[in-house]
Design a protein around this ligand. Structure first.
Ligand code: G3P
Length: 214
């Protein structure tokens, strides 16, 4: 499974990238707003650090607006992916963009039907939001498992980005479900490589090492 970072924070990206763990980046308007920086400038800076796909989202809701934004964003860097919301207008835009060779990530996917529509329209990626499905009392990971089965069954090349990942369990379950990618918030990443027993073990070893005659 590939790991994307769900952040536009340059320090977080550099820290995790130094460990060789970052295959790509996803952003959304809320994530961009947190940085208080110009959208294009921050996306181009990220694209200069990360070789893999970097998602940047349109904000227009009409197909024409989405197309204009997408065609502009696509010129910002060779590895930029245009994120489009899962609406009828969005699907129309995805269909046109895929024929122009512009890669898209269809976001805010909450059902198998939506994922299937996006794949059929030509999306390169779809983003089911597992945490937000959990929030309304349904199991989000079931959506990822079902989407994986359906896309494999019908041989779509569309990749599943497990998004709205909030916990270590989400990440582990996404891997077991066979998701192509999990996009992970910067705040969750350190929790993935840390374990209290590792810290206790190191402390014990160092205490015992003091007893070794020097
Ligand atoms: O990848 C989508 C993500 O940014 C949304 O996460 O936690 O706001 O549901 P969350």
């Amino acid at each position: 499974m590939k790991f994307f970072l769900d952040t536009a924070n340059i320090d977080e990206i550099k820290r995790v990238n130094e460990l060789g763990l970052v295959d790509g980046i996803t952003t959304n308007p809320s994530i961009i707003a947190k940085e208080g920086r110009n959208f294009k400038e921050v996306i181009q800076e990220i694209c200069g650090i990360i070789d893999g796909p970097v998602s940047a989202e349109v904000v227009g809701l009409e197909t024409d607006e989405m197309l204009a934004e997408a065609r502009d964003i696509a010129k910002w860097a060779p590895n930029v992916i245009v994120k489009i919301p899962m609406t009828e207008n969005g699907l129309r835009a995805v269909n046109i963009l895929s024929k122009e060779g512009i890669k898209t990530n269809v976001t805010l996917v909450f059902s198998v039907a939506q994922g299937l529509m996006a794949a059929k329209a030509g999306a390169s990626y779809i983003s089911p939001f597992v945490g937000r499905v959990d929030d309304i009392g349904t199991e989000g990971m079931t959506l990822v498992r079902n989407l994986k089965r359906v896309l494999e069954e019908y041989q779509y090349e569309t990749e599943i980005i497990t998004a709205s990942v909030r916990t270590i369990t989400h990440l582990q379950d996404a891997a077991v479900a066979g998701a192509d990618i999990a996009t992970i918030p910067g705040s969750l990443f350190p929790k993935l490589w840390s374990h209290p027993l590792t810290d206790i073990g190191i402390e014990q070893f160092l205490a015992d090492w003091e007893k070794v005659p020097k």
